[in-house]
Design a protein around this ligand. Structure first.
Ligand code: SAM
Length: 299
């Protein structure tokens, strides 16, 4: 709308280097690609600091935009690879990143990228690799899940996400923010909130508050489960209807005819059937899954 355009013009007019680059290339933002470029230098520095990089390490950036974070990564890490979906940004990135010989830009959709192959091609021999990004919000969860499930050898994931999503990833059992995303993230990582970031730190400003979160990859998953896919299916089924008890959600999952058996089984592993999924720790989810698995009720 006209208002948006005026607000954007104002923001661009106050953001030095980003303005220059956008003007020079006549770039226009695509909302559908989650294009909110970070213009707050202090926040960019905080992201770099949280990523804990050095010249022996690599960084994968998802969605480099016009390269504001990429430039800092190039200075902080040994090697940087940035995957950007918007073809219009590729020549801009080539221009901005021209001074750096340790950065490569890949044009593509990160969700369709073979990250294992990219790792071998780009990051072989490095002491560690972290994912560092100001994520496009419309695909935050699929990107995070892909990074975790592809079982890549990575140290940290340091990302800007919607504040609400960061709160869910870092949630403790017992509240409405605790859900299947929480369990999935905390199964693989230790989350740590780095900072809350207001909309005014971006152009154009998103309608929501943002946050930088650091997900520190665990050496081994938080709990030991026989089959991860089936474990996560049980977790997801437990949260299927948030107002329902664990017993009711799991009955819908494993079949009405086994309702009685299920209640006994939950009680036997120390989880009262009336509890709600949001109150269960990862250890309790693992115990419930293990009991279902043994009873042949986990898929
Ligand atoms: N890193 C830049 C910054 O901080 O200013 C831009 C961040 S912006 C929030 C998200 C970026 O991700 C945009 O450049 C957008 O084009 C890109 N993007 C969106 N979807 C993508 C996808 N599926 N794969 C790769 N990049 C994507």
């Amino acid at each position: 709308s006209a208002m948006d355009k005026a607000a954007m013009e104002k923001a661009i007019a106050t953001s030095g280097r980003t303005r220059d680059i956008i003007r020079k290339h006549g770039f226009t933002f695509k909302k559908s690609l989650g294009q909110n470029f970070l213009i707050n230098a202090r926040v960019l520095d905080q992201i770099i600091e949280a990523a804990d990089l050095d010249e022996t390490k690599g960084a994968l950036e998802v969605g480099p935009g016009i390269g504001s974070l990429t430039e800092r990564l190039a200075k902080a890490a040994g090697k940087v690879t940035a995957v950007e979906i918007d073809r219009r940004l590729i020549p801009i990135l080539q221009d901005v990143l021209d001074p750096y010989d340790n950065v490569s830009v890949v044009h593509g959709d990160v969700l369709k990228t073979d990250l294992r192959a990219l790792w071998e091609e780009r990051f072989a021999g490095l002491a560690g690799v972290s994912v560092v990004a100001n994520l496009p919000y419309y695909v935050t969860t699929p990107i995070i899940m892909k990074l975790l499930e592809d079982r890549l050898p990575l140290d940290n994931i340091v990302v800007m996400v919607q504040k609400e999503v960061a709160v869910r990833m870092a949630a403790k059992p017992g509240g409405k923010d605790y859900g299947s995303l929480t369990v999935a993230v905390q199964y693989y990582c230790e989350p740590e909130l780095v900072c809350i970031v207001p909309g005014s730190s971006f152009i154009p400003a998103p309608n929501v508050e943002s946050a930088v979160i650091r997900l520190k990859r665990r050496r081994a998953p938080a709990v030991d489960v026989r089959d991860e896919d089936r474990f996560f299916r049980v977790v997801q089924a437990s949260f299927a209807q948030r107002r329902k008890t664990l017993a009711n959600n799991l009955t819908a999952f494993s079949g009405k005819e086994r309702k009685g058996e299920l209640a006994e089984l939950l009680t036997a592993c120390g989880v009262q059937p009336e509890r709600r999924a949001e109150t269960l720790s990862l250890q309790e989810f693992a115990a419930v899954y293990e009991a279902l698995e043994k009873a042949g009720m986990s898929d």
